[in-house]
Each structure stands twice: as C-alpha cells, then as structure tokens.
Design a protein around this ligand. Sequence first.
Ligand code: IPE
Ligand code: IPE
Ligand code: MG
Length: 267
Amino acid sequence: MASFKSSTRTIPDIVRVPRHVAIIMDGNGRWAKKYFLPRFAGHSRGVETVREAVRYCLGRGIGYLTLFAFSSENWRRPVEEVSLLMQLFTKALKQEVAKLDDNGVRLKVVGDVSRFDARLQELIHDAEITTAANDKLTLTVAANYGGRWDIVQAVNRMAAEHPEKRGEWTEDDLAAHLAMKHAPEPDLFIRTGGEERISNFLLWQLAYTEFYFTETLWPEFNATAFDLAIASYQQRERRFGRVSEQLTGGGDTASGEAPPTDAKSHA
Ligand code: IPE
Ligand code: IPE
Ligand code: MG
C-alpha cells in the first residue's frame, strides 16, 4: 500500500494543482427552496453537480476528490429525507459505476457502511471491486462518515493489531488505520452553501489543508465556481510551520524537518 507524507511529520510537496480536493457539498435544501421545489429535488440536482465535479477533476489532473455525502449526524434528519437520500445513493451507484470505470475512476466509500441496508452495502462493495485498479482519479464518497468515528475506529484497530506497543503508538501508526489511508491529506477543502464549519468531516486529515468557503449552493457549484476555488488555493502561501523567507530560499532553509513530535510520555 502506498503511504503518503504526513503534514505534521514531514513537509509535503507544495503543488500548484491540488492533488486532493475534499468537499462538503452543502446547500441542496436551500437551492430547492429558492426554486420552490421539495428538498429532494435539491439532492437530485446535487448528484448532477457531483458528475460535473468528477469531470472537472479528470480534466484538471486532480488525482483525488473526496465528497461528504452523508454525515454520521445526518441520521437526525426526518426519516423520509434519510430514506430518500439512501435511495438516491443506491440509484447513483447503479447508474454511474460503469461510467466511472470507463473514465478510469477508482471509487472508494468511507464511513460506517454497516448501518446501510444489505443491498446498498453490496453495491458499494461491488463498485469498489470493479474500479479498484483505476488510477486517473480516486473518488471517495464519505457516507455515514464522521471524523470522530474515524479516529475512534482507527484507535481501536491499531490497539487490537499492536497491543504490545501500548503507550508507544505514533501518529503514523494511527494514520495507517484511518479510513482515508488510501489518499494523501487534502490540499484544498471546499464547503459550499455559506456555512463556515467542518461538521465532523476529516478532522485528522485537514490539519494543514487550505480552506475555501463559498456562498454558492452545491447544485450551482459549476466549473467556473470550481476554478475560483482553485485560483484562491493557488494564492495561498503554505508554510507548514515555517516562515515565509524559508519558502523563497532567503532564510534558514535547513531541512525543515521537525524533531519527533510523538509524545512518548504524558503528564
Ligand atoms: C447537503 O445539503 C446534502 C446533505 C447533507 C445530504 P443540505 O441538505 O444540507 O442542504 P441545506 O443545508 O439544507 O441547504
Ligand atoms: C454536512 O452538511 C454533511 C454533508 C454535506 C453530507 P450538513 O448540512 O448536514 O451540516 P450541518 O449539520 O448543517 O453543519
Ligand atoms: Mg446543510
């Protein structure tokens, strides 16, 4: 398995085109309201935006796209909406997987899928197997995903795998068990719909990600809107703890690696 640089343990390569974009697709309900449509129409239109976003990433050479589709807190919504979202996810998997495969897209689903009905779990499993060898774009759909759930499940698995290392576990040990271990940490995080919060998305992985918030509602997040997010990203100075002069070569550029930060002892 490929292993990726950790932004807290080593300084990642600073890339002009983000390798990994992670998006909270928010604002479907408000989009529907704006057009006097039922909320579900917003979710349906949102699936079309997903298609567009995938096309965009394929065209721009973005290697990883991660989309928050259903959070571990979204079960709190009215049962009818939850059920419609499940149906929509099922339908999208049935309709899109062949096309994704043709386009070289590898599909991954992260989250506690055990809570989904058996048919949906089977579709997810089959889609992942079918597309496993594709390498143009890795599309990760976060479904019944929560950042805290992810960290806790990783801790449990790490502890079960190496009980003898108790008290000596490192960041790398934990990262190897996180649901997103198949991808580098996101370079760019986008949230549509105007809210400026993480809503329990990739808590661990966003440690050094650039954040971009836009009022644009997800169903209206087209290629032009995506371009604006990328342009904003390209203006950021990613220092990863260093000072500006070190990036331009004017200062002390000594390797830049931090001393080990894994706490072996705690107060
Ligand atoms: C995001 O849109 C989609 C999901 C959470 C499934 P919302 O449904 O949250 O839309 P708003 O926030 O009500 O506009
Ligand atoms: C976050 O959207 C989750 C997804 C987009 C799937 P929400 O609209 O549910 O977020 P909060 O709860 O308002 O923060
Ligand atoms: Mg919302």
